[in-house]
Design a protein around this ligand. Structure first.
Ligand SMILES: [Zn+2]
Ligand SMILES: [Zn+2]
Length: 334
């Protein structure tokens, strides 16, 4: 499913089979989750995507072939491919354990082709082993919603009372990790979205309400997953002195100006960008122990536009996943 121009639907096309280069694996895609970042890409909100582009960066698949010098995986191994697809390994960010900030980083489904396809190639160094605990569709959302959510949660510190703004794919995973860590979850949903509030309670939230409400107690931290800049001052108002507000998304509408007093008293405001391989290894080891369970709504590959449309209008509970088995069998290109 090919992205060619912002604002246009993805187009179903037949492309030549990709070939794995040195150090790459050819992956038969089994499932690819649909992330809000994919929406930002197809809506033209992120600068300079590869064009044309195969979106998708929460990929679960099996190794079908290996390029020269590819030793990490065997044919048939199940692997996960995340957003971080390549880093330079040489810049100060890479050398200091912050490869998520690498100046030359390449990103799956953004600057390199991703998983809205039957086959893709990936650099073996950036693939993960997928825990056996999960089916293909259930594992896919762990690769971004899970990883970025986990990084956001770590950044939020150890405070007990955690606010979460936007109760979508990332939030439904983070909530389970936070509960496992004995935190209290305060879920903030779109005003009037009773279904999202109910979903939050099912996942163990102690409080759920509209994003413009203030709970009775002050929170230690808040994570904003919704791409809505207006939520930043709202979230700052909910956190206590010394509290932190973490913006977990790649894109956000402009943040309105706000009085200094809601930041004063050592509150902090920060963002999370991308992931490191370390985040991935840690989270994928932890997820089956909790165990994190993902709720998925499955679509066929050809239904990618429909899945994106439903995500845009807030009609997905949990995560949308393209499941390739749901499509007709593909003929392998020689
Ligand atoms: Zn680098
Ligand atoms: Zn993502």
């Amino acid at each position: 499913m090919l992205f060619e121009k912002a604002g246009q639907p993805l187009r179903k096309v037949e492309l030549p089979m990709p070939r794995p280069a040195v150090g790459e694996v050819l992956i038969r895609v089994r499932a690819c989750a649909v992330c809000r970042t994919d929406l930002h890409v197809v809506d033209g909100e992120l600068p300079q995507p590869k064009l044309p582009l195969i979106p998708g960066h929460e990929i679960v698949g099996t190794v079908e072939a290996k390029g020269e010098g590819t030793e990490r995986f065997e044919i048939g191994d199940r692997v996960g491919i995340p957003w971080l697809g390549w880093t330079c390994g040489e810049c100060s960010y890479c050398l200091w354990g912050r490869e998520n900030l690498c100046d030359k980083a390449r990103f799956t489904g953004y600057t390199i082709d991703g998983g809205y396809a039957d086959y893709t190639v990936a650099d073996q160094r950036f693939c993960f082993r997928v825990p056996d605990f999960y089916g293909d569709a259930e594992a896919a959302p762990l690769l971004c919603a899970g990883l970025i959510g986990y990084r956001s949660l770590a950044k939020a510190g150890d405070g007990k009372r955690l606010g979460i703004y936007g109760f979508g794919a990332a939030a439904h995973i983070v909530a389970q990790v936070a509960r496992y860590q004995n935190r209290e979850i305060y879920a903030f949903t779109r005003p009037g979205d009773k279904a999202a509030a109910k979903f939050a309670f099912e996942l163990g939230a102690v409080w759920a309400g509209d994003s413009n409400e203030l709970p009775q107690v002050k929170l230690d931290s808040a994570i904003i997953f919704a791409p809505v800049g207006d939520l930043v001052p709202q979230a700052l108002r909910t956190v206590d002195k010394g509290g932190i507000v973490v913006c977990g998304g790649i894109h956000m509408s402009d943040i309105p100006s706000f009085p200094y007093e809601i930041l004063w008293e050592e509150r902090s405001l920060c963002s999370i960008a991308n992931l490191t391989r370390q985040d991935g290894e840690e989270f994928l080891a932890l997820a089956p122990k909790i165990p994190v369970r993902t709720e998925v709504q499955v679509f066929a590959l050809e239904e990618a536009n429909e899945a994106l449309a439903r995500l845009r209008s807030g009609k997905i509970q949990g995560a949308a996943v393209l499941l390739m088995e749901a499509t007709k069998p593909t003929t392998k290109v020689a």
